[in-house]
Design a protein around this ligand. Structure first.
Ligand code: GLU
Length: 409
């Protein structure tokens, strides 16, 4: 099952509990606009390279569309559509006034020089500049993109439209970014993990955690969890996993990645594989890298009691069913990793108001937004005796559906 089939499955699952007509289901599944563009450019060596870029605008019933840009070799139309629909439900679950979109280029960004990456980004914006914008569709970082890429995007967009900092979020602080955006997704994962544990009369104190992926999301989640008393015993990236039952020195791991760009060469008690990390005997497992890592083949091996979906779509439906049958609680991606888009919203608000918040305010507003959403999801799940994922989808789909009906078709 691919990412798109998986997203449709989760939607259908929740829709079956709701009173949605088949026509409304069809409307909510159909993207508003799909853009596919050619990005052709001269590489440093003078050769011509041609990349394919996408921006899929899934739904704008609740506001301008919002979602990241992914630079990764696996990017294709189906994956981008799946991720765009997740953004629609995600922005609705945390009740920020946006719809959902996603975009990307099928490319391995590490294979490009900095100059090539910049040129490719600017050419992509040339193709997209008339369909994105602060009141239309606001891109942001995702896998393979970062604040520097957002800086090139805003600069290129402004060449067409004049001063427009709110056209993209996740920008550097020096270019109208907000304090707290970089840490936001990982911090949200940490906050929500604590909120979930509390429902089971547990706290982060001494809770053992394994995190797959040590990029932006995984590393900030690890730091938050570690600083708040949890024992992060395993981390991993493309170079493999590191395991230490006594707890990993997260600050040292962060420093290592800052210096060497990966965990390669970071020594801990045991080197393990990414697959072995998923099956570790820990309390909480946090997949924070690619989608589709828990499948029907390996879901039975999971020994954690809780799975927190820091990545988008890490648990495929078959695996979700197996985990459910085994009483393993899954905190779903459309809430678990919504801290990023929530602080993107705060950045956009600041840009629109020409007013800067300090880090304390951003963190406090983030905690408030996520806690309110979590409590609501929890109540729905408890009242209806359904898994957290179904409850989150119910919230998201319900809000988008009601906005659609109120506005009129
Ligand atoms: N790419 C992130 C996500 O999947 C953030 C999106 C945004 O900030 O717009 O939620």
């Amino acid at each position: 099952m691919n990412a798109y089939e998986s997203a449709c499955h989760y939607f259908a699952n929740a829709a079956s509990v709701m009173d949605l007509s088949p026509n409304m289901k069809r409307l909510l599944l159909t993207p508003e606009r799909e853009v596919k563009v050619q990005v052709a450019m001269k590489m440093d060596n003078g050769e011509i390279a041609t990349f394919v870029g996408y921006r899929i605008q899934h739904n704008s019933a609740r506001g301008p569309m919002k979602g990241g840009l992914r630079f990764h070799p696996d990017v294709d139309a189906q994956e981008v559509l799946a991720l765009a629909s997740l953004m629609t439900w995600k922005t609705a679950v945390v009740d920020i006034p946006y719809g959902g979109a996603k975009g990307g280029i099928s490319v391995a960004p590490k294979s490009l020089s900095d100059a090539e990456l910049e040129l490719m980004t600017r050419k992509f914006v040339d193709e997209l500049q008339d369909v994105i914008g602060p009141d239309k569709d606001i891109p942001a970082p995702d896998m393979g993109t970062n604040a520097q890429v957002m800086a090139w995007i805003v600069n290129q967009y402004e060449k067409y439209h004049g001063f427009n900092p709110a056209c993209v979020t996740g920008k550097p602080l020096e270019l109208h970014g907000t304090d707290g955006r970089e840490e936001a997704t990982g911090r949200g994962v940490g906050l929500l993990t604590a909120a979930m544990l509390q429902k089971f009369n547990r706290s982060l104190d001494g809770t053992t955690i394994a995190i797959q992926g040590f990029g932006n999301v995984g590393s900030f989640a690890a730091s938050y969890l570690h600083d708040n008393g949890a024992k992060v015993v395993a981390i991993s990236d493309i170079s493999g996993g590191r395991y230490d039952p006594a707890g990993i020195d997260i600050a040292a791991a962060v420093l290592h990645v800052a210096r060497h760009r990966s965990l390669d060469g970071f020594e801990t008690a045991q080197q393990i594989s990414n697959e072995e990390l998923l099956a570790l005997d820990v309390d909480v497992l946090i997949p924070a890298a690619l989608g589709g890592v828990l499948t029907k083949e390996n879901a039975a091996d999971v020994r954690a009691q809780y799975v927190v979906e820091a990545a988008n779509g890490p648990v495929l439906p078959d695996a979700d069913q197996i985990l459910h049958e085994r009483d393993i609680v899954v905190l779903p991606d459309i809430l678990a990793n919504a801290g990023g888009v929530t602080v993107s919203y705060f950045e956009w608000v600041q840009n629109q108001q020409y007013f800067r918040w300090d880090l304390e305010r951003t963190r406090a507003e983030l905690a408030k937004t996520l806690t309110v959403s979590f409590e609501k999801m929890w109540d729905i799940a408890t009242q209806k005796h359904i898994p957290l994922r179904s409850a989150a989808y119910l919230m998201g789909i319900g809000r988008v559906g009601r906005a659609t009906v109120l506005a009129g078709i």
